[in-house]
Ligand binder design. Structure first.
Ligand SMILES: [Zn+2]
Length: 240
């Protein structure tokens, strides 16, 4: 896949060459692909592509805006606002999966999942049903000792559905775990696409446990969350 960074409609409803015309004029390779310009960690930065080491005038503002835009899609876990953008996009199925890009008129000769190559890539497939995603979800549901069968849908995972018997704070904790898992699956998928890594292992359970623990213990100041209990009986935090 080589979608043009500047000339294809992959990020906005207009091309980046059009929206960020001052910056585009500084580009040394107008046909650069998305993979050439967006690093494996999902960021866009100044580099050899830019004719001037220090952009000036309106190009500076454009550079900042474009960085912000790309970061908001590719996401930075440390920033709450961009994290929320991911959840919002996932809920609305507005992530830049291949079938969505295809609908927007980008000529992709392949819309098959870049991770498993077994099916077309939709948001549901990518986040829930792709082999590496569903293996990851199984591990999380096992960890929480929750029956996964009815729970694996975009609405259940990313929506604000409260599970009957959970306390209010408990429902938020469980939601944070699901969001963390969804986000890491998406990041894993992007690594495969942008960094062309050839493995596609499920996200490690440990990574989800650590990340969600940090997230939850930072936010639930009223509740002490013990790391050992978090690993072995997370359910003890969510029921009254
Ligand atoms: Zn797949």
């Amino acid at each position: 896949m080589s979608t043009s960074f500047w000339k294809d409609l992959w990020l906005l409803d207009e091309t980046l060459s059009c929206r960020f015309s001052k910056l585009y004029r500084l580009e040394t390779e107008p046909n650069a692909s998305v993979g050439d310009r967006v690093g494996w960690n999902g960021t866009f930065c100044l580099g050899e592509w830019c004719r001037s080491r220090v952009p000036r005038g309106r190009a500076v503002k454009e550079f900042e805006d474009l960085c912000g835009l790309i970061n908001s899609v590719r996401l930075n876990l440390k920033k709450d606002d961009t994290w929320q953008v991911f959840i919002w996009r996932a809920k609305k199925r507005r992530l830049a999966v291949l079938t969505e890009l295809d609908k927007r008129g980008i000529d992709l000769n392949l819309t098959r999942c870049p991770v498993c190559d077994d099916d077309v890539e939709t948001v549901d497939h990518s986040l829930l049903f792709c082999k590496q995603a569903s293996d990851t979800w199984s591990k999380v549901f096992d960890w929480w000792d929750i029956d996964e069968a009815e729970s694996l849908s975009i609405g259940e995972i990313f929506g604000e559905s409260a599970s009957g018997s959970m306390s209010k704070i408990g429902a938020k904790i469980w939601q944070a775990v699901k969001w963390t898992c969804g986000y890491l699956i998406w990041q894993n998928r992007n690594q495969k696409v942008f960094a062309k890594k050839c493995w596609s292992t499920p996200v490690a359970l440990n990574e989800i446990q650590v990340t969600s623990y940090e997230w939850v213990s930072k936010r639930c100041k009223s509740k002490h969350i013990d790391w050992h209990n978090w690993l072995h009986s997370p359910q003890s935090f969510v029921y009254e």
